[in-house]
Design a protein around this ligand. Structure first.
Ligand SMILES: Nc1ncnc2c1ncn2[C@@H]1O[C@H](COP(=O)(O)OP(=O)(O)OP(=O)(O)O)[C@@H](O)[C@H]1O
Ligand SMILES: Cc1ncc(COP(=O)(O)O)c(N)n1
Length: 267
């Protein structure tokens, strides 16, 4: 049997299982790739918010990365919560040495508004991590923090993408999940433009949407899809996962990573 494509997530743990490393590995399973992880931070987190966060030392992140890459190898990398300047710079240096495509989800705050990245790490994110990204996937708050462009319309997404590309990622995917109206995302490399449009789903259980979308893109890239193909397949997957998102705990529940198997699972 030949091995499936291998995808590495470099991200934080969400104890509640809805976002972070846990969302990434579930998404990778759903895409039929072999998921691997480099843990950057541990969060105590549930449907109500983030109750605590502890980052790992740079040395521990470096050692995990080397263990995976030097023996198993990777066909795509996804980054999520990086917590601090030290970790952003460590991860940028590590992935700067890979030929594999890299999806950077510049995680800033959780859905509940809890900070997952130190404010002083923004500059390293801009100048060290974005230049090594194949695709960067900010939401509207993150792109405003990174570029200063506040998006209030679809035209604003074009301006934000151009500003983001000036830091060096090959592609910018601006996620319009927080706009009103349809859930519209905008993908561009500065010449091609792709609008990804899905109906806005009336489901509050959306914990993990950003991590899920980025991991789905990385999985498609590992299978050899082009960036526009991988993003289109990822958008379809996250839309289905949001539609099937379910209540857990007293707050915002997770998207359903197993939605394509749900009929069999719940029967
Ligand atoms: N209510 C919704 N209905 C349909 N699609 C949505 C909805 N909310 C978000 N999306 C889609 O989910 C994906 C993730 O976008 P979003 O803007 O939510 O990312 P994020 O802000 O990083 O995630 P989070 O808010 O969980 O931190 C995008 O493709 C977006 O369009
Ligand atoms: C450890 C961790 N990483 C990332 C997120 C953001 O989640 P989302 O996918 O909802 O943007 C989170 N809440 N926790």
């Amino acid at each position: 049997m030949s091995a499936p494509p291998r995808v590495l997530t470099v991200a934080g743990s969400d104890s509640g299982g809805g976002a972070g490393i846990q969302a990434d590995l579930k998404t990778m399973l759903a895409f039929g790739v072999h998921g691997m992880s480099v843990l950057t931070a541990v969060t105590a987190q549930n449907s109500l918010g983030v109750q605590g966060a502890w980052e790992l030392p740079g040395e521990a992140v470096r050692a995990q990365y080397r263990s995976v890459v030097d023996d198993i190898g990777v066909q795509a990398v996804k980054t999520g919560m990086l917590a601090s300047t030290e970790l952003v710079e460590t991860v940028a240096e590590l992935i700067g040495g890979t030929d594999a495509p890299v999806v950077v989800d510049p995680v800033g705050v959780s859905k509940h508004g809890d900070s997952l990245l130190a404010e002083d790490a923004l500059d390293s994110l801009r100048t060290k991590l974005l230049p090594v990204a194949t695709v960067a996937t900010p939401n509207l708050d993150e792109v405003a923090q990174l570029t200063g462009v506040r998006v209030e319309s679809e035209d604003g997404m074009r301006r934000a993408a151009a500003a983001l590309l000036s830091y060096g990622p090959q592609w910018a995917l601006i996620k319009g999940g927080h706009l009103v109206g349809d859930a519209v995302d905008f993908l561009t490399d500065g010449s091609e433009e792709h609008w990804l449009r899905a109906p806005r789903l009336d489901n509050r259980h959306t914990h993990g949407t950003g991590c899920t979308l980025a991991s789905a893109i990385a999985s498609g890239l590992a299978k050899g899809r082009s960036v526009p193909e991988a993003v289109a397949a990822a958008k379809e997957y996250v839309t289905g996962a949001i539609a099937a998102g379910f209540a857990l705990g007293g707050g915002i529940g997770p998207v359903d990573h197993a939605w394509r198997w749900a009929a069999g699972r719940r029967a």
